[in-house]
Design a protein around this ligand. Structure first.
Ligand code: FAD
Length: 402
């Protein structure tokens, strides 16, 4: 087997998992991971809800369903093996009133079809045994799900890549990609030039730009959606034991504001979903002229906005009004008041959108000779990262060996 060098651009959890799987799957493969930040996992992978999702929501047969179910089991085993803080505390999905019951039952069916273990349908009294302060008419308990320290997963993966002989180069923003016609790739980065036989991009919020740098025309655009969190004040944390989620609106890939116990302590509420004015816009006022122009020039955005104007207005109201945020949460836990909430952090979701304004729901990548571009890896890609990485690595190895 000839030694080959694979360049992996992007040191989030998916790029790291891909690099590790590649190094293990094909001994002799030299993996070089290029990350633009001074450390790994600084974007979506380090600014998310920290939840292990088991695959309740996803269409049976989709890559999300398949890779979330396999991925959560692999991730839990990985965390146990490598001493990463995690806990399988279970999640409760709540139908706030009778109008949400059919959608809750549909979720239960999906979960069963996807092979989730131990799903339980609870009535109001049964829910309150699990979460004493919860309201609603019925709920589904998902015992396999839990919470985890994803930044710690990223750090462990970076070490494992290096233990396998690979390199993790930080501060190496890829600025240009040359070659790719079978005679090898050169990545020009802020840390120098790196050559390789195969290119994998896992660029998260910049996934489309990395693919374009390689001379391709991606048929989707990354649209950044900021998710803002509040935290429950310590004296009100007793209102939530574990994870309490609403029945999501099936028209969107976002799960709706929910309560999450953090692995490091504390209860978070959120995230909402508002259009971000910068791909890395973690603060509300942050604007990046290039990102904003890219988003506003994209016809898909206007088609999406026209179709979902009411939802967008509601999300904006919730972004600016703690009262409106609290009212959404009260559908789950009526005792929560606006005064119980303090501002928390924020994350930005990389969501691929088509020019017709529809969102790409499933995980998506484009495979070419000598290259593979990951284009859509939204939630639950952190949970599923090891399974996604395994799948990408297998495809790369197939190309390298044929
Ligand atoms: C608010 C929020 C909540 C979420 N909650 C959950 C959850 O609870 N559970 C779950 O499973 N998933 C959750 N997700 C989704 C999950 O975080 C992502 O699916 C996952 O982190 C994607 O990983 P990634 O490696 O593809 O992307 P990222 O983590 O964004 O990594 C991409 C990397 O590429 C680098 N990069 C970009 N351009 C370049 C370049 N030119 N050169 C070099 N490097 C570059 C970036 O710096 C970055 O480190 C959430 C996401 C958000 C935003």
């Amino acid at each position: 087997m000839a030694a080959r060098r694979v360049l992996v651009a992007g040191g989030g959890i998916v790029g790291l998992a891909t690099a590790w799987k590649l190094a293990r799957l094909r001994p002799g493969t030299e993996v070089v991971l290029l990350e633009k930040e001074p450390g790994v996992g600084r974007h979506q992978s380090g600014n998310n809800s920290g939840v292990l999702h088991a695959g309740l929501y996803y269409r049976p047969g989709s890559a999300k369903a398949r890779l979330a179910v396999a991925g959560i089991r692999e991730m839990v085993a990985f965390c146990a093996a490598h001493g990463v803080p995690h806990e399988r505390c279970g999640k409760l999905v709540v139908a706030a009133d009778e109008s949400e019951r059919p959608a809750l039952m549909a979720l239960l069916e999906r979960g069963r079809a996807n092979g989730l273990a131990g799903l339980e349908l609870l009535d109001a009294a049964g829910m309150r045994e699990v979460e004493p302060h919860v309201a609603g008419v019925a709920g589904v308990r998902v015992p396999e799900e839990g919470i985890v320290d994803y930044p710690a997963v990223c750090r462990v993966l970076a070490k494992l890549v290096q233990d396998e002989g690979g390199r993790v180069v930080t501060g190496a923003e890829v600025l240009r990609l040359r070659g790719g016609n079978g005679s090898g790739w050169t990545a020009e980065t802020r840390a120098g030039d790196f050559g390789g036989d195969f290119l994998v991009t896992c660029g998260g919020l910049h996934a489309d730009r990395l693919m374009a740098m390689a001379g391709e025309r991606p048929d989707v655009r990354i649209v950044p959606f900021r998710g803002e969190y509040h935290v429950l004040k310590p004296e009100r944390e007793h209102l939530v034991r574990h994870l309490i989620y609403p029945v999501p609106d099936a028209r969107f890939p976002f799960l709706g504001v929910h309560f999450t116990r953090r692995i490091g302590g504390g209860i978070e509420a959120g995230p909402n979903a508002v259009l971000a004015l910068a791909r890395e816009g973690y603060r509300r006022g942050r604007v990046n002229a290039r990102d904003l122009a890219d988003t506003l020039r994209f016809p898909g955005l206007w088609r999406f906005a026209a179709r979902h104007a009411r939802m967008a207005a509601m999300e904006l109201r919730r972004s600016f009004s703690r009262g409106a945020f609290a009212r959404s949460l009260q559908r789950l836990v009526p005792e929560v008041r606006a005064a119980d909430l303090a501002p928390g952090g924020a994350g930005v979701r990389a969501q691929a959108m088509r020019a017709d304004g529809t969102l790409v729901e499933d995980f998506a990548f484009a495979e070419r000779p000598h290259a593979l571009y990951l284009l859509n890896a939204p939630s639950p890609a952190a949970t599923a990262s090891l399974a996604i990485g395994g799948e990408i690595a297998a495809r790369v190895v197939l190309q390298l060996d044929t």
